[in-house]
Write a protein of this length. Structure first.
Length: 260
């Protein structure tokens, strides 16, 4: 897909992967890039840098998503590509606080639902549109130390799969970005908390991930895997689930023991 002349919205765009995506898209001379973030000042700063527009938005609030979509439609007449990128991390297991479980569910899952609910109707009417979800390799492979993160990313992946199944013949294209470690504030916070370099050792720069997304959109691929080894891990999981679980238990034990 050629991005020239497209209207592109990127949420969670004030930093990390979202910022790299907005910069990458802006380089392809689209009609507009809309930089969206709960951090309004950060969104405005990036928008000024790349010649875009910005919208302050809490993606966990459906009313904010409605306002965002209406504002872009009013200004540009349509949304061609919507990158639902915003996400947060919560560690722990079932002992994590209810409020934390609810908060990550609202950001990592329901935000995608709200986007689809309010962006899809006009895309379906035009019989064209592209939804890109930033999920994670955790959506395919789980997360050994963060049940709320792994669960919500798996749910997000399933939702985007459903969209591709239900609307793939209606002109709607869907992609899921599933990287492993990316050099962002979230990964650094996890490294400090877990005291392990397991994911940081092979972490990619956000710009490399954004380039993979641009290529994935051009190729109209559902799974965008900046770390190609994730495809092999996913294949092993499908080939022998019990063996994969045993391997994950060993890896978790080794990491907790400080052997890696």
């Amino acid at each position: 897909m050629d991005l020239t002349g497209k209207v592109i919205v990127v949420t969670g765009a004030a930093r990390g992967i979202g910022r790299a995506l907005a910069r990458r898209f802006a380089a392809d001379r689209p009609e507009a890039v809309v930089v969206v973030d709960i951090d309004g000042d950060g969104a405005r700063a990036l928008a000024e840098e790349i010649g875009a527009t910005s919208v302050q938005c809490d993606v966990s609030r459906e009313a904010d998503i409605v306002r965002l979509v209406q504002q872009v439609d009013k200004t540009h007449g349509r949304i061609d590509i919507f990158c639902s990128n915003a996400g947060i991390g919560v560690g722990g297991g079932p002992e994590a606080e209810n409020d934390d479980w609810q908060r990550i569910w609202e950001v990592n899952v329901m935000a995608h639902v709200y986007v689809a609910r309010h962006v899809l109707p006009s895309m379906l009417a035009r019989k064209e549109g592209y939804l890109v979800g930033t999920v994670s390799a955790a959506g395919l492979l789980n997360h050994m130390f963060a049940a709320p993160y792994g669960v919500t990313k798996s749910a997000a992946l399933s939702f985007f799969e459903w969209l591709a199944i239900a609307h793939g013949d209606d002109g709607i294209r869907v992609s899921c970005l599933c990287p492993q470690g990316v050099k962002t504030d979230m990964l650094e916070a996890e490294r400090r908390q877990l005291k392990t370099d397991f994911l940081t050792a092979g972490a990619l720069e956000p710009e490399a991930v954004a380039e993979a997304v641009a290529k994935g959109i051009a190729d109209e691929r559902f799974l965008i895997l900046p770390h190609p080894e994730v495809a092999e891990y996913f294949r092993r999981k499908a080939d022998d689930y019990d063996r994969w679980l045993r391997g994950m238990r060993r890896l978790r034990h080794d990491l907790l023991s400080g052997r890696r």
